[in-house]
Structures are given as C-alpha cells and as structure tokens.
Design a protein around this ligand. Structure first.
Ligand SMILES: Cc1ncc(C[n+]2csc(CCOP(=O)(O)OP(=O)(O)O)c2C)c(N)n1
Length: 294
C-alpha cells in the first residue's frame, strides 16, 4: 500500500481547536479514513473532546458521543448492543481515549468489555501524560520524564498496557505511531474486519507537554521508532509480529535530547544507560515473543 491509496476524504474537519503540530488529529484522520463514515465514536474527557468541538458544533464528520472519563468502553459496549438489537451490522464502533483515560481511569470498563468480547475497536492515543489538564503524569509516562507532578522526573516505570490487553485474549492488539500512517491505516483496516474487542495504541508526541518545537512532532515520533523507544508490533490471536524492524537502532539520546521533559535525565549518564538498557531488553523480549508464539 502507498500513501496515495489512503482515501482523500477527511472525516476530521478543519476548524477544530487543536494546537499546531498536535499528533492526535493526525492519528484521528488516519483512523477515521480507515474506518469510514459508518462509524460511531465515543470520546471521554481528554484533548480530543475539547478540540473536536463544543456542542452543538463538531469538528468530526461522524456521530460522536462525549462520555464521562471512565466509561468509554462501557459506552461502546452499549452502542454495539443497541446496534445488534436493531440488526445493524455494518457500523463500526470506536472508543477513542488518551492514555490517562485508558491506562488509569478507563481501565476497569475496558477490561470488562474485553472480557465480554464486546465488538468494537478501542484506540488509545498515547501522549504519555494527562495533557489536557496541563501535563500531569499518567501510568503511561516513562520513567525519568518531567511532568508537572513529577518535576524531579518520574520515579516509576510505565505500565505495559498492550500486554495487559493481550492478557485479555482479545483477537487483535497493535501498537502504531503517527509517523507511520500506512502501518496505522492497515492495522485499523485489519481490526475493522475482526469481530470482538480490538485494541490499538498510537504513540502521539505532544509538543507542549513533551516540550519540543511544534514543527517536530513527526520527527520525534519517527525517532521513537528508530531508537526502539516505541516498537511497532501486532498480536493477532496471540501471535506476535514486529512491523518495523530497525536493524541499526539509533542511540536513545537521539530521541531524548529533542525533548525538554528529559533535559535533566540526559545529563545523568546512569539514567541514560538505564533507559538504553530498558529499550534493548524490551526489543529482545519482543523478538522472543515472536519466536515462541509463531
Ligand atoms: C472524572 C473526571 N476526572 C477528571 C477530569 C479532568 N480531566 C479532563 S481531561 C483530563 C486529562 C485527560 O488525559 P488523557 O486521557 O491522557 O488525554 P489527553 O488530555 O492527554 O488528551 C482530566 C484529568 C474529568 N473531566 N473528569
């Protein structure tokens, strides 16, 4: 597939209020192009809810519900049940939430829906913090990252949310990045064809939160993949596949030094070594998972 094969019609309209260089609109454009117009979306409190518009206006050209923070997956289960009752089977149900609304606040509803096998796609756009309320740490914030609530650097490792979703034995789990739109488009297209709960997590570097220049969003996202700080992989019926094999990864500093949130961490060689070791170990784990599940 090539970029030209991605549909031209935009379901994310101009006139929304995202920051310049905001990654979530980039992600949402691709996801909605892959799902198409016959899609109903549920969005909890997060940047997406704010930028998409204030009632009665909307910057998204499909039916959309703004729902309480912790309820995204429960609402999606309800929409799906309502559609099934009416015999409608050609409408996609999409839950769309940030990492705060997924890793932390929405995890209970998501876990329940996944355990019941509710038929919908859940997308977490992961900007590794609570962005909308002014950059607080979330369960997705990496160790040593500055946020307004971890101003000396976060002391804990982040959760491994994709693995938590794999442990629910759902048919499809994938990671993606805004820097790889074809990969993302293909993953959403695949998820659309699968019945059951599907989970896709998209890395979404946030310029004001991660503290880099607004023009560098895609560059930072690319570097995350090139340094293996963020790996692109999918797990289909328990089988792991790596989608971007980086033979000669760049050193982790290349990624960290573009982001002011790591400005103190990069001065500490021990911390940088630790982060490099974590990234290397994660890659080895991923390769092992591919080996043992195929
Ligand atoms: C129950 C509840 N608690 C807190 C809030 C305040 N709140 C609104 S958006 C937000 C941050 C959401 O973070 P995340 O899910 O990571 O999405 P992002 O803002 O990064 O897009 C918070 C804490 C709320 N609206 N409802």
């Amino acid at each position: 597939m090539k970029m030209e094969d991605i549909p031209k019609e935009e379901l994310v309209l101009s006139g929304h209020s995202a920051c310049q260089g905001c990654p979530l609109t980039t992600a949402m454009r691709t996801v909605l192009k892959a799902l198409g117009k016959r899609t109903i979306m549920a969005i909890p409190a997060c940047c997406s809810a704010v930028i998409q518009g204030m009632y009665p206006n909307s910057g998204v050209n499909i039916p959309l519900l703004n729902v309480p923070f912790e309820t995204t997956a429960a609402v999606c289960s309800g929409i799906e049940a309502g559609l099934a009752t009416q015999g409608i089977d050609d409408v996609n149900v999409l839950g769309w939430a940030g990492d705060g609304g997924t890793y932390d606040i929405g995890i209970q509803a998501l876990s329940g829906a996944a355990e019941r096998g509710a038929n919908f796609l859940y997308v977490c756009y992961n900007n590794e913090m609570y962005s909308n309320t002014g950059v607080q740490r979330s369960g997705a914030t990496p160790k040593h990252a500055w946020t307004t609530t971890t101003w000396k650097g976060k002391e804990e490792e982040r959760k491994d949310m994709p693995s938590i979703m794999v442990a629910h034995n759902i048919p499809y789990v994938a990671t993606a990045s805004i820097s790889h739109p074809i990969d993302l488009y293909e993953k959403v297209t695949k998820a659309k064809s699968i019945k059951g709960t599907k989970y896709i997590e998209i890395l979404a570097p946030c310029p004001p939160g991660w503290r880099f220049d607004y023009s560098k969003t895609i560059e930072v996202a690319k570097l995350a993949v090139q340094t293996r700080a963020w790996n692109l992989y999918e797990v289909e019926n328990g089988k792991y596949r790596i989608n971007a094999t980086i033979r000669r990864p760049k050193p982790i500093e290349d990624y960290l030094k573009l982001q002011q949130r790591f400005k103190d961490a990069v001065k500490d060689t021990e911390k940088v070594r630790e982060m490099q070791a974590n990234v290397d170990a994660r890659w080895q784990w991923l390769e092992k998972m591919v080996e043992i599940t195929n």
